[in-house]
Design a protein around this ligand. Structure first.
Ligand code: ADP
Ligand code: GLC
Length: 478
C-alpha cells in the first residue's frame, strides 16, 4: 500500500460544512482498492474528539502554535484517523470556522497553519512507526503543508498534492502574522506568499505543491481566467502543466435509492411516488400539476439563489413547487422565508442531513443555479435518485449533467437533466419553463430520469485517476 496522508479541515461523517467533507470522507475508502493506504489528519474539534474511544497517542508537541498538542490515532467510521488534539486551537463551540456571531475565528490562520505544520512534521518522521510517501492537502486549510514540506528535510522525498475545492477561500492573514505562522519573511514576495498586501496560505500551496488538482475538468480551465481565478489565475497559469481536474464522486452506499434507510426505497423513477407524497406532507405543500423542485445548499452568492428568487414566478405560474433546505446568508434566508408565503413554496432554514435524503428522493427536480461550482454534489445525488438536475452551465455542473437540448433529444436520447447559460435570472426562468414543459411530456420525462439513474456518479473513475497521479508522482522519484 502506498502510504498517503490526507490533510483536511473536515471529513464526513464526522464533521461537515460542505462537499469537501464528503470528498475527504469518501476518498480513503475509494483509494484502498487501488493500493493506497490513506490516513486522514483532522483537527480535534469537539465533534471529532467525542468519536474517539481508545486513541493511541502517537506524538506530543510542546508548542503547537501557542499551546501543547498531541497526535492521536484511531480508526473511526471507516477512516484511519490522525487527530490533532490541540484544545487551544480547536476546543470551541459554534462552527468549525465561525464564532457564535458568524465571524471567522480571529486565529483561523494559526488554527490551520498548525494542522499543516503537523502534517509536515509527520512527513518528517514525527510518528516513530509511520510516515507518508505523499501528502495530499485540501483547500487553504491544508495548503501550507506543501509549503512547509518544501522547506523541510522531507523536500523531494515526500511528494505533495494540493486539491482546490473552492478558490474563493484563500486563507488570508495580515503580514504581521508571518512569524506566528512560521513562514519565512524571504518568501513574502509577489511570486511567493504575498497576495495584495496580505499572506495567502492557498497561494503558498499553489506554488509549492508538486501537483495541483481541482474537482472537475471544466473548473480546471475556468480557474485560469480572471472571471473564476479570483486573483490567483496568474499563479495557476504558471502551473498549468501540473493542474488536473478530477471529478468528485458520491458515496454509492450512503446515497442509494435502493437501500437508503431514510426513504421508501425504489429502483426506478416511478418508485418515487410515495417519497413525493411524504415530502409534500412534511413541507405542507398541496398537490400540484407542475414539478416539485428542491434546493439543498449553503445560502451564499456562489450558489446563485438570488437568481432563483427572481426567476421563481416562471415555476409558480406553471403550478410548479419549490422546497428549499439551506442556511447561510441572513438576507437570503429572510428572502426565502418571505417567498414561502406562497402556498407552493416551502423553506427550511437549517442543516439536516437526513432531510436532504428525503428531499432528493421525493422531488421531481433539483435546482443548482450556481454562479461558479467547482464540482457540486447535489446534482449527482439528483442523478442517482432520478431527480432531474437543472443546473447552470459552469464547472462540475457542466461536466456531470447531459442537457436535454434539441440535439441530444433528436438522436438517441442520452439527456440526464437541463442546463442554462448565461447564469442570469432570465436564463434560469427560461430553463424553469423548459422544465415545466418537459414534465408534462410524461414519456420523455421518464426516459430522462431513467438515463439519470443509470449515469455513473460513483468514485470508480476518479479514484483510479487519483491513484494514477500518486503513482506517477512517486514513480518520478525513483
Ligand atoms: P459546497 O461544498 O460548495 O457547499 P457541494 O454541492 O459540493 O457544495 O456540497 C454540499 C454538501 O452539503 C452536499 O452533501 C449537500 O447535500 C450538503 N448540504 C448543504 N447544505 C445543506 C443543508 N442545509 N442540510 C443538509 N445538507 C446540506
Ligand atoms: C467546494 C465546492 C463544490 C465541491 C466541493 C467538494 O465546496 O464549492 O463545488 O463539490 O468543494 O469538492
Amino acid at each position: 500500500m502506498i502510504p498517503v496522508l490526507s490533510v483536511t479541515s473536515e471529513a464526513a461523517p464526522l464533521v461537515k460544512t460542505g462537499g469537501l467533507a464528503d470528498v475527504a470522507g469518501a476518498l480513503p475508502g475509494a483509494l484502498a482498492a487501488h493500493g493506497v493506504g490513506m490516513r486522514t489528519l483532522l483537527p480535534g474539534y469537539p465533534a471529532v474528539m467525542a468519536e474517539l474511544r481508545k486513541p493511541e497517542t502517537c506524538a506530543e508537541l510542546n508548542d503547537c502554535f501557542g499551546g501543547p498538542a498531541r497526535v492521536l490515532a484511531e480508526p473511526v467510521r471507516g477512516l484511519d484517523l490522525l487527530v490533532l488534539d490541540a484544545p487551544h486551537l480547536y476546543k470551541r463551540g459554534a462552527g468549525l470556522y465561525l464564532s457564535e456571531t458568524g465571524q471567522d475565528w480571529q486565529d483561523n490562520p494559526e488554527r490551520f497553519a498548525a494542522l499543516s505544520w503537523v502534517a509536515c512534521e509527520i512527513a518528517n518522521g514525527l510518528m516513530p512507526d509511520w510516515y507518508p510517501s505523499l501528502v495530499h492537502a485540501h483547500d487553504w486549510q491544508g495548503a501550507l503543508a506543501p509549503y512547509y514540506i518544501a522547506r523541510s528535510r522531507a523536500a523531494g522525498r515526500v511528494r505533495t498534492v494540493l486539491t482546490i475545492h473552492n478558490i474563493a477561500f484563500q486563507g488570508l492573514a495580515p503580514v504581521s502574522r508571518l512569524a506566528a505562522l512560521r513562514l519565512s519573511p524571504a518568501d513574502y514576495r509577489p511570486d511567493g506568499l504575498e497576495y495584495w498586501g496580505q499572506v495567502s496560505a492557498l497561494k503558498a500551496g499553489l506554488i509549492h505543491a508538486d501537483w495541483l488538482t481541482t474537482v472537475s475538468p471544466t473548473y480546471a480551465e475556468e480557474l485560469l481566467t480572471p472571471e473564476f481565478g479570483m486573483g490567483l489565475e496568474g499563479v495557476l497559469l504558471e502551473r498549468r502543466a501540473e493542474l488536473l481536474g478530477i471529478l468528485n464522486g458520491i458515496d454509492m452506499e450512503v446515497w442509494s435509492p435502493e437501500r437508503d434507510p431514510h426513504i421508501v426505497p425504489y429502483h426506478a423513477p416511478a418508485g418515487k411516488a410515495p417519497n413525493k407524497a411524504a415530502l409534500r406532507a412534511e413541507f405542507g405543500l398541496p398537490r400540484a400539476e407542475g414539478p416539485l423542485c428542491v434546493v439543498i445548499s449553503r445560502l451564499t452568492a456562489q450558489k446563485g439563489l438570488d437568481l432563483l428568487l427572481e426567476a421563481l414566478p416562471a415555476l409558480l405560474e406553471r403550478d410548479g413547487q419549490l422546497a428549499l433546505l439551506g442556511t447561510g446568508d441572513k438576507v437570503l434566508e429572510a428572502a426565502f422565508r418571505k417567498a414561502a408565503e406562497h402556498p407552493n413554496v416551502a423553506v427550511r432554514i437549517g442543516y439536516d442531513e437526513w432531510l436532504a435524503h428525503r428531499m432528493i428522493a421525493g422531488a421531481d427536480a433539483i435546482l443548482v443555479p450556481s454562479r461558479f461550482e467547482p464540482c457540486g454534489l447535489t446534482q449527482l445525488y439528483g442523478l442517482r435518485y432520478g431527480t432531474l438536475p437543472l443546473v447552470a452551465l459552469t464547472g462540475g455542473l457542466a461536466d456531470t449533467v447531459i442537457p436535454a437540448t434539441p440535439a441530444t433529444l433528436a438522436g438517441k436520447v442520452v439527456a440526464t437533466g437541463l442546463q442554462f447559460h448565461p447564469v442570469t435570472a432570465l436564463a434560469l426562468s427560461n430553463a424553469l419553463m423548459r422544465l415545466c414543459s418537459l414534465y408534462q411530456q410524461t414519456g420523455l420525462w421518464r426516459t430522462i430520469t431513467r438515463n439519470a439513474m443509470a449515469h455513473p456518479v460513483g468514485w470508480d473513475h476518479s479514484a483510479t485517476a487519483y491513484a494514477q497521479l500518486y503513482k506517477d508522482l512517486l514513480g518520478k522519484r525513483i
